[in-house]
Design a protein around this ligand. Structure first.
Ligand SMILES: [Zn+2]
Length: 363
């Protein structure tokens, strides 16, 4: 068994990147599972390109360790916040937390003591059961399709079997995966509204530092609504005051508020699209809007203080779609529907003759 070559390593990293961009993370379990596999690969794997069997118990135990610190109440120290255990889920508290709470209390938060607790084995098995039911099933679903690039699925009885080469790759790219997974986890906790009483207003932190305030986005919505005939950019249905300003090229890929990148959409459409690129049909609409009303949008939003550079916005979009096509990514069509991003997306840019773009190209 040989180790993955350079092309295979790049393909793996592209899959990991897609996992963060397109995977659905309704709870923090998937971040924890990825960290679990990466750490166990370091602790138990080798660099010879072999597959690696990890017992479900060892997976459950690592999982419990990763959540251990977060079983304690979090206290921000800020005024108007309360100390409490953070929510790992948008609905009811994650059951992994519930399984471990009693042991955490009995052992006063000390993990070595917890391992000697009479119910440690039983609860680790319960945690492993949750891992099997939830994140193991969902982690490798990208763009709505199961793509088992990390481990065999369904799992053989009692083990998680890392595919040949995966242990090598998780070991090699450990720090990258650690940082991505931890950052994703922190963001998930921070963006969960249930955590607001503990965190205070830090959910505004990123927009405060890098983005536009909610007030100016509301201004942008007022400008865009009549230009879109008060219809959702994506589904074409009527919108009301609760419409949201969406970043056509997702903020997660390119965190800048530029005028032409704003589209107005339903909150539901916006939430379902998440950090995905929009499918080709929406790209066509966006380019058409750019050609027909680019000047109007640019001038109106520049008046509200937004950066307006049509040519630059097209460059960014071309870059984003080029990336999407190269990694075999999927585009968002409508709620619950995605499709592969193909070369024809890039053709949109090739034929984008832009006679009226020069006007608001101010640099
Ligand atoms: Zn819509």
């Amino acid at each position: 068994m040989s180790i993955p070559n350079a092309d295979e390593q790049i393909a793996f990293l592209q899959q990991i990147q897609r996992l963060f961009e397109e995977g659905e993370f309704s709870a923090t379990y998937k971040y924890a599972l990825l960290l679990t596999l990466a750490e166990l690969a370091v602790e138990r794997g080798s660099d010879d390109g072999q597959s690696l069997d990890l017992s479900m118990f060892s997976v459950g135990e690592k999982f419990a360790e990763l959540y251990w610190r977060q079983l304690a109440a979090f206290s921000s120290g800020q005024a108007n916040t309360q100390a409490a255990v953070l929510h790992q889920n948008h609905g009811a508290q994650a059951s992994v937390i519930q399984h471990l709470t009693e042991i955490h209390t009995d052992s006063q938060g000390r993990l070595p003591l917890a391992r000697g607790h009479r119910s440690w084995g039983k609860q680790v098995k319960a945690v492993a059961g949750v891992v099997r039911q939830m994140p193991l099933r969902h982690l490798q679903v990208l763009g709505g399709k199961l793509q088992p690039f990390l481990y065999d699925y369904p799992c053989p009885r009692g083990v998680v079997r890392l595919k040949p080469g995966v242990s090598f790759l998780l070991r090699r790219y450990q720090s990258l995966i650690q940082q991505l997974a931890r950052a994703g986890w922190v963001n998930h906790i921070r963006s969960n509204r249930l955590n607001a009483p503990m965190l205070g207003q830090v959910d505004d932190l990123e927009s405060f530092m890098f983005g536009s305030s909610r007030a100016t986005l509301i201004e942008a919505a007022r400008v865009l609504a009549p230009l879109q005939d008060h219809r959702c950019f994506y589904c074409g249905q009527k919108i009301d005051q609760r419409a949201e300003v969406d970043h056509f090229i997702p903020w997660a890929r390119y965190p800048r508020d530029t005028a032409h990148n704003f589209v107005l959409s339903h909150r539901g459409c916006n939430n379902d699209k998440r950090d995905m690129l929009a499918a080709k049909q929406h790209l066509d609409t966006w380019m058409e809007r750019m050609l027909l009303r680019g000047n109007e949008i640019g001038e109106s939003l520049a008046g509200k203080g937004f950066i307006s550079d049509a040519e630059c916005s097209v460059h960014i979009a071309r870059w984003a779609y080029q990336q999407g096509v190269e990694v075999g990514g999927f585009g968002w069509v409508m709620k619950g529907e995605t499709e592969p991003l193909l070369d024809d997306c890039l053709a949109v840019f090739a034929r984008a003759v832009t006679p009226n773009l020069d006007v608001d190209n101010n640099h």
